[in-house]
Design a protein around this ligand. Sequence first.
Ligand code: NDP
Ligand code: 8X3
Length: 254
Amino acid sequence: MNNSGRIAMVTGATSGIGEATARLLAQNQFQLILCGRRSDRLEKLSTELSAYTQVTSLCFDVRDRDEVKNAIQSLPIHWKEIDVLINNAGNAHGLDPVQTGSEDDWDAMIDINVKGLLYVSKQVMEGMIARKRGHIVNLGSIAGKEVYTNGNVYCASKFAVDALTKGMRMDLNPFGIKVTAIHPGMVDTEFSLVRFKGDEERAKKVYQGLTPLYANDIADTILYVLTRPAHVVIADMVVLPVAQASATVVTRNG
Ligand code: NDP
Ligand code: 8X3
């Protein structure tokens, strides 16, 4: 497929899976709208990727409905014709039993992973519907397929992403819009550092004794789903490292 001229918006492009996806899409001639809250990282990545393709960036918090709307509506006319939306922004906050979980962590996960995804999608879907084409890729998780101990609210947020993906595919079906969910297992990014609030030792332990997925592995999967023939949609994909058999079954060396 010739990707030249296809405009892709990537949320959470300042780190991990989103950043790797932005790099790979740029190398494959997609034009890019990079999104995130950390403007310094957005600027640096925009400059780097401008060597390959046209790039613009939007700095906003997906939790803030007005910020999302204003940012996306501020795009110049050319950039408004978004072909691909990668709903990737999201994180886990905490790993605690539900009885001692923090309400702030709950708010963050529901507001970012679920409501944020909806706010961004709403702004982008309108144009896709009018043009009768587009592709939305939602980042779910193995945590959206299986609940694990202390995963409670994060799992619930990713089960919601799974449900929303299915609902979007149905509602957008009459308009020829493709909707895909990709559900990774353990990917070594800043994810665990965020989950454990900057505790590097604890974050490192998550991936100790195994070869996890890397952000590039998921970027590669995203490029694959975006480059299927026009009549094909990959609806749902679970991608795990070989060392992981389920949300809870993991084989570690030593
Ligand atoms: P990272 O922490 O490396 O990246 C998260 C990205 O989300 C950052 O770019 C961050 O940007 C952005 N983000 C977070 N909160 C907000 C917000 N309020 N508004 C706007 N952007 C926000 O994690 P990953 O790359 O691993 O995670 C990406 C997605 O993949 C998430 O949805 C995650 O749940 C999912 N996932 C991750 C797995 C893993 O093991 N790593 C496994 C399964 C799914 P900034 O801070 O600049 O705003
Ligand atoms: C991230 C993977 O297993 O930590 O969604 O929930 S896990």
